[in-house]
Design a protein around this ligand. Sequence first.
Ligand code: IPT
Length: 973
Amino acid sequence: MTYYEDPGPGYGALPPRAALRSDASRLSLNGTWRFHLADSVATAPTGFERDDFDDSAWDLLAVPSSWPMHGFGRPAYTNQPYPFPVDPPYVPDENPTGDHRLEFELPGWWHGPAVLRFDGIDSCARIWLNGVELGVVRGSRVPSEFDVGEHLRPGRNLLAVRVHQWSSGSYLEDQDMWWLPGIFRDVTLIARPVGGLTDVFVHADYDHLTGAGALLVEADPGARVRIPELGIETEAGRQVMIPAVEPWSAELPRLYDAVVATDAESVELRIGFRTVAIEDGVLTVNGRRVLFHGVNRHEHDPVLGRVIPEHRLRQELLVMKRHNINAIRTSHYPPDSRLLALCDELGFWLMDECDYETHGFFLLDWRGNPADDPSFEAASLDRMRRLVERDKNHPSVIMWSLGNEAGTGRNLDAMAAWTKQRDPSRPVHYEGDLSCASVDVYSRMYASHAEVDAIGRRAEEPLDDPVLDARRRAMPFVLCEYSHAGGNGPGGLPEYEELFHRYPRCQGGFLWEWMEHGISRPGGGYAYGGEFGEELHDGTYVLDGLVFPDLTPQPVLAEVRKAFEPVHLTVDPDARKLRLANRYDSADTSNLALQWELADDGVIVARGVLDMPVVAAATEATVEWPKKALDLPGSDAERWLTVRAVLAADTAWAPAGHEIAFGQARVGVPPTAPRTAVDAAVRPAVDAAVRPAVARRHGGAVELGPGRFDADTGRLVGLHEWDVDHVPLELWRAPTQHDARTWDATTLDRKTRWADAGLHRLRYRTVSLEKTVSLEQSADELTVVTKVGPAAVDAAVLTTYRWTSTDGRLTAAVEIEPVGRWTVPWARVGVTLGLPAGFQDVTWFGLGPGPAYPDSRAAGRVGTYTATVDDLQIPYLYPQENGARGDVRRAELSGPAGRLELAGDPVFSLTVRRWTISELAAAAHPEDLVPSDRVWLTLDALQHGLGSPTSGAPILPAHDLQPQAHRFTFTLG
Ligand code: IPT
């Protein structure tokens, strides 16, 4: 067996220890290395590790790097399937092998023992220093250290590292992401002074009943511990009680600087006092129930692959904090260790996960799963150990996770047992074993709202084993993944949030997932799976983030921020009251200030501030409105009151004034009334008091007010001076990623069902054009009945337009009625109008500023907004339905073509694009979408929800648009 196929953990490395900030000398070996890539081990050069090997013809490569991102080989994406035959622990002969060589000068002052540290090599490396083999490592995302003191020499040294893309370790690393081999994290030479610190393990507990801290630092004998701020000066190994200490939490991440030192070495630590416990079936930190408003975070950079620059790590966390995200599952491996320090500092709850996933065995009914194979036990334990030892001193880590999607097996059980014994202070998580026999929390992924509700009531389906069932039923519950964010989605967040607040047991979860794993293409834009010639791939499934690869938020992140609001503001303007529910786990509201504004038809007419009461966590308060605030004279306008809770002072992650939460209510209507009703009853379209226009036949057209209609089909062909294309009824949309996939193989996805049903190829037959009879006498109404349906079936929709015109405007009262047998839901009920391209700007009064869909609209606020047509588009990496603005009462399009007003009665949803729905659906990348000489407007009365079915949970019934009769009205002018 080759060393890279040996299922063991490798050899030669030192026992794992904490990542420490030490004053011992260190030399970064990052930089430009010599590199040679061979297709297979057989064709890799021999003797490359030797000092005298001539590498002058080799390429240059940055280290750290994922070599396929630098033109060597290509990235490849699979979700579950292994991209090689499943034959553990063996891997194919075609095993890309990257040889790396670095010559470095040891500084003259360097002396004594040293270790060589590799923070991450994907997936297996054999390492030589000055021709002497140091050992072999596997475990891509955990560190390894080698004792090199004896092999270093003064002056020039040669480090040679052979990296194999595939190894036995690959079987344990089948995460849903790009396969990206390389030395992708730091390489460092670290001096190990004699008498220095081998390892440090900080135990810093907080007693919430007394406010006391308990500190125990395990370190080498004789080490001293100092925390100047607390006046602590003690010996390692001795427990110290601190009568009053400020606890650490994700909300208030209080850290104390500490130094642990021997005479030879000192390390700096930032200590957070906190105690994690499970009490009465609820997970608590410092005695308080915690609610995870989390995300799953992979490590991805669109240019560098798995190399994440530090500024980007920080930026990611800032964007999260600014969107009320308080927790991270490090899916599905330990992150760059710098992330942990940032999480301690900024405040996040971390579920720190082992580099462990064998998902491809699911496709084989878990036959031969390495997680249950004794020959993989040592490697399994080794990975867990290297995770726990590396990260054990971080207060942000409050749970260890054994890995993801690795089925069940003895190795997982052994990993759990070892972890509990090594660190009893943190619960252990693993989702893949439903029995939860070896873990401390019950976890599921993509459970539906209904199932979470049952779990909340502790009324979930029982396990066969009553003992295990009782044990699991008593556990706290988390959704380690939920609300898959593929493309335009997910919908249904507020409903999950409601369950988390209703049931103490349901402690939130981690959205799937933080970032889209698009890879930058040389010509612009991003590639996804299948674009690198992979013979097996999972296409766009790698595009499922809340932020674009450049960290720009997708619109749904506003929805996330709304759902995760730590204070909940309910405005009742008529009662002149604001109810404020503090949903922080432990923080009071003293960090926040309250601002309000009143707007008439979106124009602000008054604004001010309210005194923020200090409301304790998990309690509520009512704030009285200042008298003057709502005493403005009434007007005909639609008046809305908006209240915002903002940061009162700068924080480490956002400036003062940053909005944390908002509430909005209409003034003059009861707050419980639906804010907007998409399907409200149609009012009489014509107001008799204004001058009605008269329809006349003119050549081949019928004229009514500013409109011209085709005399045969009754379609609108002109409006004022503009030529118009008119699609009387749309039932289809460019499928979203969620439309295009279901998890359950027995259910067909909507995209396929719509395609089979022909929603994208409707035909139109004019049934009647009522004015044709009386046209000669002229009339003030034009009634057009069209039967709309796809080929091959009798399912159709009778669509009746009643066009009227007053005051130079044209109003359509539309009624639709499904006939025949419909077997699929509809994507939308809408009308499309094609107009000249000279309309460039859109102003609307409705929900904004971002898009709104039926199940993703909580972040929208009623107001007046302006955007260019181009700005209205959301450039999802795979083009799909996007950018609809919701509850639009009125809109205006303007530009060189003129000015066109649109109005709903009461509202419609508006999309404006420079391409058609079909063009949008046909594009593979946003760059494929070429502006045409038309602007296409779709006014929707109804849309299907976005949902999040790609990984399991079905769409909520209320947002599943089934064929139905409906009436809506719009006005053009
Ligand atoms: C789940 C995986 O755990 C995660 O890594 C990612 O692939 C996610 O799916 C994508 O939806 S697997 C679950 C859907 C069975």
